[in-house]
Design a protein around this ligand. Structure first.
Ligand SMILES: *Cc1c(COP(=O)(O)O)cnc(C)c1O
Length: 337
């Protein structure tokens, strides 16, 4: 396969027995938070494909963007540095940030950092990254731009293949998951899982829990980047051109299921009940979720597993733990322990 081999794969699938007993279901967690240390989390699966393309194109500098505590930026910096490439990250901030968490690691590993405001980020991040690329190019670098979260065509392959990994593990473990749940922040993880589910006929219910924006927003992204992934799948011999054309036409927003009720007070902002949930889970299972993504997603799961909830008909549920631990430390002061 045309990708780098950086992540620790396959990641473990663990049964969470006390949470399972509590809700009367079988809850499993796939430890994609353990794909590595410096590049831990879900983004490395996408970067294995994207950065391979960068190297194949002779690029020697990776540029990407995200929030100040972006796990994706930190993973990109780690990969670039390990491979001997330079890295530059465009970070969205409101004020001068403390040197903490992922941002500290970006700086520790030597990334060039450029800041922008929320408005600049929302409306102009692609142009700003292109401007950065032009400046580096004038200095003799060959830059490769990775969009937010590596949620673009080639990055989507990471979770397309992760879905196949999950199905192989199901066979080994003698379990069949009826439902998969994942936190959704830029859409690529959900898109890759569901594209694989559809193309390979696995018949799973896959749910993305929004941590920002809403269902319609992520459905549109998922359709677009799934379509953009198809030419790469054809090139890899995963799909025939005819089949890819058929899938491209058939894909529609409704193919992607999202829960949009758990954004709370906004991206990377925590309500006390979400932090209390993270502490409760840490004490129940010795498994630590992060405040920005997996904490909100599992908070939503707990609620939807109650009578009348939308997960009531599920029996064997796999939560994809996508990482984010470094983002927990900068908010430790907000916990009531
Ligand atoms: C980026 C991220 C997600 C969301 O994945 P997307 O593909 O961007 O939707 C979930 N959890 C963590 C910890 C992340 O860093």
């Amino acid at each position: 396969m045309n990708k780098l081999s950086l992540a620790n794969l396959p990641t473990q699938i663990q049964h969470l027995s006390r949470w399972s007993a509590e809700c009367g279901k079988n809850i499993y967690v796939k430890r994609d938070d353990q794909t590595g240390s410096e590049w831990s989390g879900n983004k490395i699966r996408k970067l294995e494909f994207a950065v391979k393309e960068a190297l194949d194109q002779g690029c020697n500098l990776l540029i990407t963007c995200g929030g100040i505590q972006s796990n994706h930026c930190r993973a990109t910096v780690a990969v670039a540095t390990r491979l001997g490439l330079r890295s530059a990250v465009l970070l969205r901030i409101s004020e001068q940030p403390p040197l903490a968490g992922n941002y500290f690691l970006d700086r520790l590993m030597g990334a060039d950092v450029r800041f922008c405001t929320r408005d600049e980020y929302r409306d102009h991040r692609a142009e700003i990254m292109q401007e950065m690329a032009d400046v580096y190019a004038a200095q003799g670098f060959k830059p490769y731009i990775i969009p937010e979260g590596a949620s673009f065509g080639i990055g989507t392959l990471g979770y397309y293949h992760a879905m196949k990994e999950i199905v192989a593990q199901e066979r080994e473990m003698g379990i069949s998951f009826d439902t998969l749940v994942v936190a959704t922040g830029s859409g690529g993880t959900l898109a890759g899982l569901q594209l694989s589910n559809l193309v390979n006929g696995y018949g799973k219910r896959i749910i993305g829990v929004c941590v920002c924006d809403d269902t319609a927003y992520f459905q549109a992204i998922a359709v677009r980047i799934s379509r953009d992934a198809l030419p790469y799948l054809v090139a890899q011999g995963e799909l025939s051109q005819d089949r890819a054309d058929h899938v491209a036409k058939a894909l529609e927003p409704m193919d992607f299921e999202l829960f949009e009720e758990y954004v709370g007070i906004g991206y990377a902002l925590s309500r006390p009940e979400e932090l209390a949930h993270i502490a409760r889970m840490a004490r129940l299972e010795g498994t630590v979720f992060d405040p920005v993504y997996t904490g909100k997603a599992t908070y939503g799961m707990v609620n939807e597993l109650k009578p009348g909830g939308r997960l009531r008909s599920s029996e064997n549920i796999l939560f994809i733990h996508t990482g984010g631990l470094f983002g927990l430390f900068p908010v430790s002061g907000s916990f009531q322990l």
